[in-house]
Design a protein around this ligand. Structure first.
Ligand code: ATP
Ligand code: MG
Length: 372
């Protein structure tokens, strides 16, 4: 087995990407890309997976592929360094999925907590879950292993998928007596708030499907409006009241986005007290009372606006070059397809379903019938 560093990640084209994606995964992908210490990096737009719960609305997927691609390019993913591709253009992934289905039981699939909560969220009653949706973790295992991805930067909702993938890899390698498949390892965000960034409404997870998002492409005005309307501490009514920091979205987002120089740059504009020059001190002040929501929200707005400004600028650049963006995806998909075909070929050899290429098999059957 090789010790190549191969990174694979992806996103479902069900909407524009939001700051949850950014802190959970995108920021890390860009960092790894720019450090350059890897052999290959693939970023996939998971349209086939998105169809598993949007099969009756392909238009939604069709409209959002370009949106996700624009978001990728605008955060700084660079097609000259990595491969951006569209899942459904790599046919090998469906074939690999089909073989993996044999290595997974229904009972095992039922134990996936992420899928469980997604099924609840989508209100598929009882057993009426589309089989494709229920089994998407298997197709995700195909996506990762087709490229021999071993470094997977994701939010913590993806941990069950990675566990499932490792199990499939071990089963495949054991049953077919090979070592061609590689066990992937997740790279989680290093900060608790980024693992699963909650929505602006305080709900468990910021998610395209829940409509509680701050999008990377939101304008400065939209951003301000969303931050000013954010869920804080409902019992913090007067400025003088003591406030809660836990479960207060403004502080959760500060945890996710604060930088070393944030206080130096923005404390004054946000009219924070001079003494409140670290996040811990700011939190203490809020807990004691005497610190108003508007000031903290304004501070967060300044920090986020500065982070998103260059992203918006790059988006504008690519919005004026849509055909070029489609070409990037097309070229990337062709390249990804070649790579997946290599792995599928190795897999079929290991599974001994390479009948026409296997001269020994044919010769042995010739022999079997020779003396009849
Ligand atoms: P959908 O609602 O369609 O499932 P989503 O918003 O959950 O969309 P995905 O495309 O499923 O987004 O997730 C892509 C990647 O972004 C995954 O690595 C996931 O862990 C990460 N991610 C998504 N939402 C968040 C979040 N709120 N906080 C941290 N990471 C997130
Ligand atoms: Mg999701």
């Amino acid at each position: 087995m090789s010790n190549k560093k191969i990174i694979l990640t992806g996103d479902r084209p069900t909407g524009r990407l939001h700051i949850g994606h950014y802190v959970g995964s995108l920021r890390r992908r860009v960092q790894i890309q720019n450090e350059g210490n890897f052999d290959k990096m693939y970023v996939m737009i998971a349209d086939a997976q998105a169809l598993t719960d949007n099969f009756d609305n392909p238009e939604k997927i069709r409209e959002n592929i370009i949106e996700v691609a624009l978001d990728y390019l605008s955060v700084g993913l660079d097609p000259s360094k990595i491969t951006l591709f569209v899942q459904s253009y790599v046919k090998e992934l469906t074939e690999i999925t089909f073989y993996y289905m044999n290595l997974v039981t229904i009972a095992r699939l039922h134990r996936n907590p992420t899928v469980k909560s997604e099924i609840e969220m989508r209100q598929f009653g009882g057993e009426s879950i589309p089989a494709g949706f229920f089994t998407y973790p298997v197709s995700q295992a195909a996506d990762i292993t087709a490229f021999k991805g071993n470094i997977i930067p994701v939010g913590d909702d993806q941990l069950p998928m990675l566990e499932q993938t490792r199990e499939i890899v071990r089963s495949f390698n054991r049953i077919y007596d090979t070592d061609i498949l590689v066990e992937p390892k997740e790279v989680l965000p290093d900060n608790e708030a980024c693992m699963r960034l909650p929505g602006t409404d305080g709900k468990a997870k910021m998610s395209k499907s829940l409509g509680n998002c701050i999008y990377l492409s939101d304008s400065s005005e939209e951003l301000k409006k969303k931050i000013m309307g954010m869920y804080t501490d409902p019992n913090h009514i007067q400025v003088s009241d003591p406030g809660q920091v836990e479960g207060n979205m403004v502080f959760t987002y500060l945890d996710a986005f604060i930088k070393e120089d944030s206080f130096e740059k923005y404390a004054e504009i946000a009219k924070l007290d001079k003494e409140d020059d670290t996040l811990d001190k700011l939190k203490e002040h809020y807990k004691r009372g005497g610190l108003g929501d508007v000031k903290v929200k304004n501070f967060l707005y300044q920090i986020l606006d500065a982070e998103l400004a260059p992203i918006r600028e790059r988006r504008k650049y690519y919005e004026a070059r849509i055909e070029e963006v489609y070409k990037i995806l097309e070229d990337g998909s062709k390249e990804a397809q070649k790579e997946a075909a290599k792995t599928l070929n190795e897999m079929k050899n290991a599974m001994k379903i390479n009948y026409f290429e296997d001269k020994d098999l044919i010769a042995s059957h010739v022999k079997k019938y020779e003396n009849k």
